[in-house]
Design a binder for this molecule. Sequence first.
Ligand code: NAD
Length: 434
Amino acid sequence: MKISILGTGYVGLSTGVCMAEIGHYVTCIDINQQKINQLRQGFSPIYEPNLENLLQKNTKAGRLTFTTSHQEGLDSAEIIIIAVGTPQGEDGSPDLSYIIQCAKDISPYLTDGAIVVIKSTVPVGTNENIQKIIMNRCNRESTIKMASNPEFLRQGTAINDTLHPDRIIIGANKKEVAEKVGEMYLPLNAPMIMTSIRSAEMIKYASNAFLATKLSYINEIANLCEKVGADVTDIAVGMGADKRIGESFLQAGIGYGGSCFPKDVKALELTANQHGIHFSMLKETMRINNEQQVILVTKAKKRFGHLRARKIALLGLSFKPNTDDMRDAPSIKIAKSLANEGAEVIAYDPVANSNARKILGNTINYASSVEDAAIDADAIFIVTDWDEIKHLDVNILKKMRWPIIFDGRNCLDENIINALDIVEYYPVGRPSII
Ligand code: NAD
């Protein structure tokens, strides 16, 4: 099939590369000339495992091209996928201006029979509004076909998730439109769920808000575990073995972040409000998460009395491992909070240092290795569970002023904790080692 994709971010680029990998002819369109230049040279503007390999392979095979020109990029496209950002606006609702701009950009070049698929996460009713914008501009009501196809990939495993999805949701108001979009995914051999457009839009928000709520739930259980002397990691194993609950998203820690959960939970709560439903459960999900994000700071203050002039090594900055994405990462709040307390913060991330610098600037210092960050530190905060942080070299701890570790992901290798008998170790929801 001939597919065009608008937006070469985490979703658009991963989708483009994977659709080419399964044999389609894909053109990716972005308004960012610098990104397109980089992609044409075979380099990915984002860090995502295995992305660059597939990008180069499929470009070479002639199945993947990049352009900033809508006219060129939409030429004879059967399916046009919109995968641009829908960031949180000032009032908390999603900013749909990028999607609306896409509708305007594609209108002059839509060919008869082409299907416009919205993959970006958008509030219920958005597909209909976008269809109206396109119809008004094209004057061809009968031939504008729309489908909602929300995305569920996870950053850090985006390629694998796109090639092996748990399910594919296709929302369309016409059977033949849903089938045509489904045809694109047939080589993936994945379960497909066909719904109305409105239901498909809703499935995405309902899923993300549920996962975020599951995390806030286990985090609150973790806080209770600390009071009653239980171990949340054992609780998670015991709970997760129940098929009705499932083991994923039961890892207690410093809360969720990233470009999706925070904005999607808020967006769903606002949608509910607009329809007279007070979704107080989501308010609690957000409240617990906000407090959880600074729990390591609270623990450190309790340990040291105050944090003035304490040197804290922040290990990991990206919102999760295997990505360079800093959008709404808990590290931002932690770093700012530590700086406000008068601590000297030195941070290290394997790939996100430069993105972090754009957000945190000189509020903190940046190290080029775990060791660099840890030298003479009063404490380590484990913020992101990158492999190299989980399995850090035990000798590094000997270079700290005090080998005190606050583990926000409950991830530090047990052998490391046991190797140093003077180490102080404070996980989340588990007994501390003092
Ligand atoms: P992103 O910010 O990484 O990328 C968006 C891209 O769109 C940018 O490259 C930007 O230059 C481009 N763009 C903006 N306006 C454009 C236009 N008019 N024409 C062409 N390109 C344009 O965004 P993302 O993280 O890939 O997210 C995209 C959407 O997918 C969002 O709605 C998000 O909520 C949803 N989503 C994201 C993830 C994720 O893990 N990142 C997962 C599932 C769903």
